[in-house]
Design a protein around this ligand. Structure first.
Ligand SMILES: [Zn+2]
Length: 403
């Protein structure tokens, strides 16, 4: 529980970590819960070098269908890759590992790129014709290599990049230093939560008076990783007019489907900022005409329905809604939702520090199934026929079993 205490002090609420959770039961019939004394292996996951090799192979074998491009560099100088497939006029942008200890999204993206880049099945051909799929696997590679949440960057590095911040009131609030977080020691190796560094104003330039900020304030694009994603997003906007769909692939703690003793396989969400058209969202009024909560709900339902279709009593039925009514404009999802993208959060059970590679196959399959549910729904237009109100019937997430 030490992790939860740290996080509580840091922010009212942190995406993809324990929320304000009480101790988890250790005797759940489902097992697989956190054990303080265990070392959790992550060797079964693809590391950065393996990913680069794999992407290059996928591109080489795709006969021009997959285009690989270096779109930026991490703070430690690692290349950040974009892999793009398809020529349709609807754009689906998906990123993985903005938190480096949340690995299943990368595995799912590699598998999808392999399939869409090489298969001539009617399904693959149709997807390539109807959409342009743009992926940013392991977009925070320094964090991935350290198997931790934060990137590998000091406040001094930030000031070097943005000298106007030298007079700011200390580091930004999402800075991890001199502490242990999620079993990772940031002493002497600080970093930022990149997923609080986004700003709905895509042209925002960091200002000293906006530091340190809070979780309900926009971020600053002070990290090279968030800048890279922002630049990719803007480029797609100018090429296609808008980015239709943005999906962010995460992991969370181990929770229960409300009212049951079933561990959540994955949580979903469409809700990251208050609706700019409501009183609560008035501070975002300038984004009112772009924001499309209804479409985000439909996209989430497409993922949910695809997972439910795998059958009663399967682990893929244990899908819940992530915490709702959030105000997190510094997240990529919050910022891009305000810019008009339909947005979907995937939160897979258990970070690598607490679950390792256990259940990897099943969890990767859950991510892939949900992603194909969304993609196929966009491809054939069926997603727009879904009743957005059904989103609210997806069960909530609970912190203890609820039988
Ligand atoms: Zn996360």
């Amino acid at each position: 529980m030490k992790n939860n205490k740290v996080m509580t002090g840091l922010s009212v609420l942190a995406l993809c970590t324990a929320l304000t959770s009480p101790a988890l039961a250790t005797n759940s019939p489902n097992g697989n819960l956190y054990n303080e004394n265990q070392v959790y292996s992550v060797n079964g996951y693809t590391d950065y070098a393996e990913m680069v090799k794999r992407l290059q192979q996928i591109e080489a074998n795709s006969q021009g269908k997959v285009a690989l491009e270096v779109v930026g560099q991490s703070n430690q100088g690692r290349d950040i890759y974009q892999a793009r497939v398809g020529t349709g006029d609807k754009v689906v942008l998906i990123e993985s590992e903005i938190h480096g200890n949340e690995n299943t999204g990368t595995e799912a993206l590699l598998s999808m790129l392999q399939y869409l880049g090489s298969s001539n099945s009617p399904e693959a051909q149709k997807i390539r014709e109807e959409i342009t799929l743009v992926t940013l696997p392991k977009m925070n590679p320094d964090a991935s290599e350290l198997d931790r949440r934060g990137n590998d960057m000091s406040w001094e590095d930030v000031i070097e990049d943005f000298p106007q911040l030298a007079d700011a009131a200390g580091p930004s609030w999402n800075y991890y230093n001199n502490r242990i977080l999620q079993d990772r020691d940031y002493n002497g190796r600080p970093g930022f939560d990149v997923n609080r560094d986004f700003n709905p104003d895509l042209n925002y330039v960091p200002k000293a008076e906006d530091i340190p900020g809070t979780s309900s304030d926009p971020g600053w694009y002070i990290t090279p990783e968030s800048q890279t994603v922002r630049d990719v997003y803007k480029k797609l906007q100018s090429e296609f007019g808008k980015v239709d769909v943005f999906i962010d692939l995460h992991h969370q703690g181990q929770y229960y489907v409300e009212g049951t003793d079933n561990l959540v396989t994955m949580s979903l969400s469409a809700d990251f900022v208050p609706d700019p058209g409501t009183t609560e969202g008035a501070k975002y009024a300038e984004y009112k005409d772009n924001y499309n909560f209804e479409y985000s709900k439909q996209l989430n339902l497409a993922a949910y329905n695809a997972l439910q279709a795998l059958g009663e009593n399967s682990p893929f039925n244990n899908i819940s809604l992530y915490q709702q009514d959030l105000d997190l404009p510094g997240t990529a999802l919050g910022s891009f939702a305000l810019n008009g993208s339909g947005t979907v959060l995937f939160e897979v059970r258990g970070q690598s520090h607490s679950l390792g590679q256990k259940k990897k196959g099943q969890l990767v399959k859950a991510v892939e199934t949900g992603l194909y549910g969304i993609i196929n729904g966009v491809v054939d237009g069926s997603v727009e026929e879904l009743d957005a109100a059904e989103y609210d019937n997806i069960p909530a997430t609970a912190y203890s079993p609820g039988l």
